[in-house]
Design a protein around this ligand. Sequence first.
Ligand code: SF4
Length: 460
Amino acid sequence: MAKSEKNTVKKENVSVAALTSLGCAKNFVETEIAAASFLQEGIGLAAEGEENIRYINTCAFLKSARQEAAQHIREAGEWKKQKKGRLICVGGCLVAHTPIEELKKEFPFVDLFIGIDDTSSSGKLLKELLKKGGTGKEPSTTKEFIYECNTPRLQLTAPHYAYLKISDGCDNCCTYCLIPSIRGKLRSRKPESIIQEAKNLIDSGVKELIIIAQDTSAYGKDLAGKSLLPELLLELDKIGGDHLLRLMYLHPAGVTDELIHVLKNMKHLVKCLEMPIQHIDGDVLKNMNRKIFEKETEEVLKKLKKASFALRTTFMTGFPGETEEAFGKLLSLVKKFKFQRLGVFAYSPEKGTPGAKMPGRPSAKTGEERRKIILEEQAKISEKYNKALLGKMVEVIIDAPEVENVWVGRTIIDAPDIDNLVYVESFDAVLTPGMRVKCLVKQVSMYDILAEYTPAKKKK
Ligand code: SF4
């Protein structure tokens, strides 16, 4: 960008940003932190169309995510051309993943790249740029940031649910995963900071806390040399109220008997756990460096099932070592365990990961075909689960109004944004987001449900 244009920015006092958060909920929390830092510096927030700053918090976990980020940045570049004084800031995982020289070359129109460790000073950096013009500060290259309960954060989810990020980074080094190199080493928040933030969120009206991290079961290993997740959950469960706690991203190798015992006895915990298994074949798991094998994985699954937990998992097809036989085992597991919710990715090699150099990778086409086979199997399972609910009462969390007399929500086991939906008709009562109501299931499809809420008549 020419210097004269930067000076125009200064004169016009640009101060309204539109935010785009790509990728996962963990990234979303950082968008919330950046948003708060903008407000602190007097930079307003706006919907697209009203803004003169675009902030894009990127994901870089997979090539497809980087392509999506690039597309958003290029679109912002086109938007910038239309009017002088517009600014573009790019933060998040792409900035941690790709060397800054390459980013500047690919996106010369971006005014400010924000490194992970600068997340909470995003507003300050932007304000400086607005005042002084020129090029923004170089992004930090360290990866040590983890927010605390006193870090300003603007909740951008619906008011009734919020993410509680308990750690960042990962030390697991799964051979397909770029996360440790992008997000850095495991760093856990202090338990007091997490508990205080949970209390603050609940006091402010949050009804559902979604506990997240790259690997929640590893929480505290960097602080105490062992997982502190059981202790943390016990403390979180003591907070009074009728809120829910939802636990995501457990690594099966970290699901110990001690943890299961705690999970079983928690009052606030949703009886559905998110636990990415990735595969079941021993050789594939070894190649993936998942630190758990077939027998142990099945044992964990059995124990969780016995404790009446529904499970959401993720699988990866087409990883090196996945023979026909290995894939057959994965398909059998899907048929046998009948996971309530399931996602599948076809492996795509990421440069810089050990998996990318491993021999024995099935073709990309085979990986994709296998992904589809698993999804088809899961669709049948999902339909069966839904059909079993026909004519029954289910508890639904109301998320938002849809059209007149219809609200959209989810069953208790479903997490916002990623899971199935329930459309709730209510003709006699107005529902509000965050309400939990018992509804009669009237129609089901493979994934979604139509239900009706009728308020109980008061006895005379
Ligand atoms: S547990 Fe494995 S897959 Fe998950 S973030 Fe860590 S390295 Fe990546």
